[in-house]
Design a protein around this ligand. Structure first.
Ligand SMILES: Nc1nc2c(ncn2[C@@H]2O[C@H](COP(=O)(O)OP(=O)(O)O)[C@@H](O)[C@H]2O)c(=O)[nH]1
Ligand SMILES: [Mg+2]
Length: 344
């Protein structure tokens, strides 16, 4: 068979080492840093964290006020140009004017996450923006809360999959890109995404990359190569019980619930887990347990299935319901239950 020029000709062999050198330079261009994801409740912050980490770390529900603690998730990947980017993302409780003591502690949590980040991803609902042609007043209040942090803010417009008339989003984006004519916005970028579908997520990483520090010879990387989070397994197990409760109960019951893990025994390929579900009223205890224990059984089943998939082990789950009267109205009790995971 005759050798064709593009098989082993001098041109292609000369090309090969040049190509390798170029890609080595690219992979050496590593950046790492921390980014807080903030925004109103229910805009999709936790869904984005899960998409970025590639695992369901944060519980997500259609109900506002689901996330109670700052949760770290490590994204470690390459951008569109093959450059390694490691970002420690902080998912935060929703920022809004707190109407309760519990809400106040959650806002404290979220604001605390802003110290020490390289950039802030402010998430808003793109359908609100398309409708109003601007940031909704509640989003503007969140933006005002970020003022003191003095960090670069990337505006993330989530749920673009739900914007029917995409044409309405464009003028809003143009308006947000400039505040008044001739005046620059305070956002370093506007990034429309769909966290649940994963659209635009890698573009967001590329955008955030510009605000991170360079890593030279591995110095500056934040976490071990394979770590996804800094929380122990039992934290996620408690969260999965809370997710099951959010899914099975209504109105104020799930908001007055906290979950503590008080037993954790590894028995070969099985884990024996005991949890205490804390509620704030006797009537809530009755609702949670249900007729002949039917509600609690449903919650336990759903939580156990989720735990087995998360832990990749068989789980034996024991649940116990305890009333701590009015705990959501007492800042000290809220901190013990929500932040420390212990009984007040
Ligand atoms: N249609 C659509 N729904 C989304 C998207 N991202 C999140 N959601 C939904 O919005 C709700 C709130 O999400 P969650 O991540 O818990 O919001 P958070 O309170 O900001 O953490 C859930 O029902 C999600 O499934 C998205 O990109 N598109
Ligand atoms: Mg959340």
């Amino acid at each position: 068979m005759p050798r064709t020029p593009n098989e082993t000709g001098p041109a292609s062999s000369a090309n090969a080492p040049k190509k390798a050198a170029k890609s080595a330079k690219k992979t050496a261009d590593v950046r790492a840093g921390r980014v807080a994801i903030v925004g109103r409740p229910n805009v999709g912050k936790s869904t984005l964290l899960n998409a970025l980490v590639g695992q369901r770390l944060a519980i997500t529900t259609p109900k506002p006020g689901t996330t109670r603690t700052v949760l770290l998730g490590v994204h470690d990947g390459t951008d569109d140009e093959g450059r390694r980017t490691q970002i420690a993302f902080l998912d935060t409780p929703g920022l809004e004017s707190p109407r309760s003591v519990l809400g106040r502690v959650l806002v404290e949590e979220a604001q605390g996450a802003l110290d020490g980040v390289d950039a802030i991803a402010l998430m808003v609902d793109a359908t609100d923006v398309a409708r109003a042609g601007d940031l909704a007043p509640a989003d503007q209040r969140v933006l005002a809360l970020l003022g003191e942090a003095n960090k670069p803010v990337v505006l993330v417009l989530n749920k673009v999959d739900r914007v029917k008339d995409k044409g309405k989003l464009l003028p809003a984006l143009e308006k947000l890109a400039t505040t008044k004519p001739g005046q620059k916005t305070r956002f370093t970028a506007l990034v429309p995404i769909s966290a649940s579908r994963g659209t635009g997520v890698s573009g967001l990483v590329s955008e955030l990359r510009g605000h991170l520090g360079a890593v030279v010879d591995g110095v500056g990387l934040l976490y071990e190569d394979d770590s996804l989070t800094d929380r122990p397994e039992r934290f996620f197990v408690a969260e999965l019980v809370r997710e099951a409760i959010l899914g099975a109960t209504r109105e104020e019951v799930p908001y007055g619930t906290a979950v503590l893990v008080d037993e954790w025994v590894e028995e070969g390929r099985m884990v024996r887990v005991g949890v205490t579900i804390v509620v704030e009223k006797d009537s809530h205890k009755g609702i949670l347990i249900g007729a002949r224990g039917s509600k609690l059984k449903e919650i336990g089943e759903a939580a156990r299935i989720a735990m087995e998939s998360f832990l990749e082990r068989k789980v034996f789950l024991r649940t116990f319901v305890k009333v701590v009267p009015g705990w959501t109205k007492d800042a000290e009790k809220v901190r013990r239950l929500v932040r420390d995971g212990s009984l007040p």
